[in-house]
Design a protein around this ligand. Structure first.
Ligand SMILES: [Zn+2]
Ligand SMILES: [Zn+2]
Length: 149
């Protein structure tokens, strides 16, 4: 059952019995009774799971280290593409923007202002312009009516 650390990020990857590969931020996987947030690779969306139910739906034979790394690579690549599209669509067109590993050591989690998905510094990369955690949908703190801060 692979854990992957990249920069300040730390995620666990597993094989869900019906949904396929999932990526769980470290801060979420420690939840016992609450809802937890995990990214489902098949539909490229963050889902809310009941922690106890999710545990019963994880295949004992999980992803290999290689499959896990590929799943996270695809996640990062999707985020980079969506973020590029997002920045290109802004009126001020900050085309030089890119994603980077978090520059803030402290764990951060929030909700995307645009799509309302859970964003998490254990999972998501950071916008190099505004230093917000960039959502998988591509949105960050850079807005069309404001300069990047
Ligand atoms: Zn979003
Ligand atoms: Zn930004």
């Amino acid at each position: 059952m692979p854990w992957i650390r990249r920069g300040a990020r730390r995620v666990w990857l597993g094989q869900h019995m019906t949904l396929g590969p999932i990526i769980v931020p470290e801060g979420e996987i420690q939840k016992q009774d609450d809802d937890l947030m995990a990214y489902v690779a098949a539909d490229r969306t963050v889902h809310k799971f009941k922690a106890a139910v999710l545990r019963t739906n994880i295949q004992r034979r999980g992803l290999t280290e290689e499959q896990a790394a590929q799943t996270l690579d695809a996640f990062d690549e999707g985020a980079r593409q969506n973020h590029h599209k997002y920045l290109s669509g802004l009126r001020n067109a900050y085309n030089e923007g890119s994603l980077q590993e978090s520059t803030v050591a402290k764990h951060r989690s929030s909700q995307c202002w645009r799509c309302k998905a859970h964003v998490d510094s254990d999972l998501n990369l950071e916008c190099a312009l505004c230093n917000w955690i960039a959502c998988q949908c591509g949105a960050c703190g850079c807005r069309s009516d404001e300069p990047p801060f």
